[in-house]
Design a protein around this ligand. Structure first.
Ligand SMILES: [Zn+2]
Ligand SMILES: [Zn+2]
Length: 347
């Protein structure tokens, strides 16, 4: 089968590899249709790793995928060959204290699709996953929409963790695919005024297209002052999706007393600063958000119900063009929001 492997810094190759085979009774074999390019994939591509997690070459990345089940292990009852599925890229053990407590995203024995050293990624014609990680999609949901359910599930998980009232005012700092998926999830559930910031205009354009009430770029204005003029008492929640000290600082300044700072972005540095003087006096809640937790099927229901995540898929590539897809996303070129690599099929 064809597979895209990283072979060095900013280098990838299309190679032929033996197709994977089902080894455990609960696994299924999937013909991959499409894979989205995630920011994390681009870190592996351009820097050879994220933090202490380093790529050992050659390595296959990719985790935002969808496809068709073609074979199922003997213990699988939830899926049959022919089922179209969205894939939750997390493989959890189901037995540790975290899994038993309903926190599979912090499973102590987890493996994540495409993470270096954990399990090879989805940029290949075929993939093995546990049936529990596959969410069937109705015919009305395209494979592209299904692949976008992965970042949308993260947005929905973050929204749920924030426990907001339906008229809460929020700011989203960083309008890449994750920030935009937070916006989609908030809009779908009901939210008050939404303020979105980013450095890149195409992302702000997309945020307005998705219904943001106000957008602004820190390159052009003091965004804290601009939002504070409209929300003098502060916003109920800030979804920090840029992973920058600057946006974390802005978040603390923007929050109303008792408001929640939702930290979704992944800072490059191991440590970040929180303005304790403000955060303590205003009793802010600081909540880390780790991927998603059983929200993949919720995301599928959302897109089936009309949440239009496909708008985020601005760029499309064939498997032969994977290198170009990685470069485009890495350079934020051509107004790209989400690049989709079509492995098979044309959906
Ligand atoms: Zn991702
Ligand atoms: Zn576990």
């Amino acid at each position: 089968m064809k597979t895209v492997v990283l072979t060095g810094i900013r280098e990838s190759e299309l190679r032929d590899a033996p197709p994977p085979t089902i080894r455990r009774d609960d696994e299924v074999l999937i013909d991959i249709a499409v894979v989205g390019v995630c920011g994390s994939d681009v870190h592996y591509f351009s820097e050879g790793g994220i933090g202490s997690m380093r790529v050992a070459y050659p390595w296959t990345i990719g985790h935002e995928c969808a496809g068709t089940v073609v074979e199922v292990g003997p213990a699988v009852t939830s899926l049959t060959p022919g089922d179209r599925v969205a894939v939750d890229p997390l493989i959890w053990c189901g037995q540790c204290d975290q899994c038993l407590a309903g926190r599979v995203n912090t499973c102590r024995n987890q493996r994540f699709l495409g993470n270096p050293g954990e399990t090879p990624g989805a940029m290949a014609e075929q993939l093995i996953m546990p049936a529990a990680s596959c969410c069937p999609i109705p015919d009305s949901v395209s494979f592209v929409a299904a692949a976008l359910c992965e970042p949308l599930a993260i947005g929905e998980h973050a929204r749920r963790l924030a426990k907001l009232s339906p008229d809460a005012t929020v700011a989203i700092l960083g309008a890449g695919p994750i920030g935009l998926c937070v916006l989609l999830a908030l809009k779908a559930a009901g939210v008050g005024a939404t303020y979105v910031t980013d450095l890149l205009d195409p992302r702000l354009d997309m945020a307005r297209q998705l219904g943001a009430d106000w957008t602004g770029s820190p390159r052009q204005e003091d965004v804290v002052a601009a939002i504070s003029r409209q929300q003098p008492s502060g916003v109920a929640a800030v979804f920090e999706c840029a992973g920058q000290q600057e946006t974390i600082d802005q978040g603390i300044e923007l929050l109303t007393p008792g408001g929640a700072l939702m930290l979704i972005g992944i800072p490059e540095a191991k440590e970040i600063r929180i303005n304790f003087d403000i955060a303590r006096r205003r009793e802010h809640v600081v909540q880390m958000v780790r991927r998603q937790n059983h929200t993949a099927d919720v995301a599928v229901e959302m897109v089936a119900g009309g949440v239009d995540a496909v708008q985020l898929a601005t760029h499309h590539y064939s498997i032969e063009q994977a290198q170009q897809a990685f470069e485009t996303v890495q350079q934020y070129a051509d107004g790209v929001i989400k690049a989709i690599i079509h492995i098979s099929g044309d959906e």
